[in-house]
Design a protein around this ligand. Structure first.
Ligand SMILES: [Zn+2]
Length: 273
């Protein structure tokens, strides 16, 4: 189990939640919504009386369009999770921030740390959600173009790891998968002005580490659970993230932890250049 303060679900974790939510929510009618008055959610009650068409994803955002031209945008923050229960069974819980009464069950949004967000927008209009509005391309789609990635990375003038974490070059890569992809591509997290060859290697590594983590239903850390309450299995496969002091599998050098852009970063000082 990887322990680290400030860990957030990244693309593979959110995708695992999306797949389970889609099965439960597609075609369901929202009969009523109750929101914790202290949660600063955007007009979530508006979905009452509307039918959910499905659950999609952009980066770390879950997107549920409804009939009537509305869209429920959900972000797990650090500790957000969804649970389903029967309507006649009530489990009091101080961390439930919103409850959706559906035509076949009840869905609770639970969030201990309160960084999660629920917002209702006009379908496809994300202008009120800046991070989502400016989100870079989906890494596993054809929109993630290696030439554009090289150009945007050079333009950012930032060290490569903090540049990845902005979400503007590519969507959904956070601290865990940035460390993993940089190790796989043999690139120092502080490197700047990467050559096209090195950027291509990173482009490939990002796609590989994310696709493999989705296969394993994400990495489990303290608060992340899927809709069915199960942990993901990717934690056993992490090579760089959270592994400081362990030998690099390529050359045996102890992995080193530094703080870069305010985030803990683990890399191999020998083979990551
Ligand atoms: Zn190494």
């Amino acid at each position: 189990m990887v322990r680290h303060d400030g860990v957030m679900p990244e693309l593979p974790e959110v995708e695992s939640v999306r797949r389970q939510l889609d099965v439960r929510l597609r075609g369901r009618l929202v009969r009523a919504v109750t929101v914790d008055p202290q949660a600063r959610f955007g007009a979530v009650e508006k979905v009452t009386g509307h039918r959910i068409q499905g659950v999609g994803r952009r980066g770390k955002y879950l997107l549920a369009p409804l009939d009537g031209g509305l869209e429920l945008v959900m972000h797990l923050g650090m500790t957000g999770s969804f649970r389903f229960r029967d309507a006649d069974r009530w489990h009091p819980d101080a961390y439930v921030r919103a409850t959706f009464e559906l035509d076949d069950s009840v869905m609770d949004f639970r969030d201990v740390r309160r960084f999660g967000r629920l917002t209702v927008v006009t379908a496809g209009d994300y202008s009120g959600i800046a991070t989502l509005d400016r989100l870079g391309p989906e890494p596993l789609s054809h929109d993630f173009d290696p030439a554009a990635f090289h150009r945007d990375l050079a333009r950012s003038r930032m060290a490569v790891k903090p540049a990845l974490l902005t979400q503007r070059l590519v969507a959904g890569v956070g601290n865990i998968y940035a460390d993993e992809a940089l190790w796989r591509a043999r690139i120092n997290p502080r490197a700047r002005r990467l050559s096209r060859v090195r950027t291509d290697r990173l482009w490939q590594a990002i796609r590989e580490v994310l696709a493999e983590a989705i296969e394993r239903e994400g990495t489990t850390f303290r608060d992340y659970r899927m809709v069915n309450g199960q942990p993901g299995r990717n934690g056993d496969f992490l090579i760089a993230y959270g592994q400081a002091g362990r030998p690099c599998p390529r050359d045996g050098t102890p992995l080193r932890r530094i703080v870069l852009g305010g985030r803990g970063t683990t890399y191999c000082p020998r083979c990551q250049r």
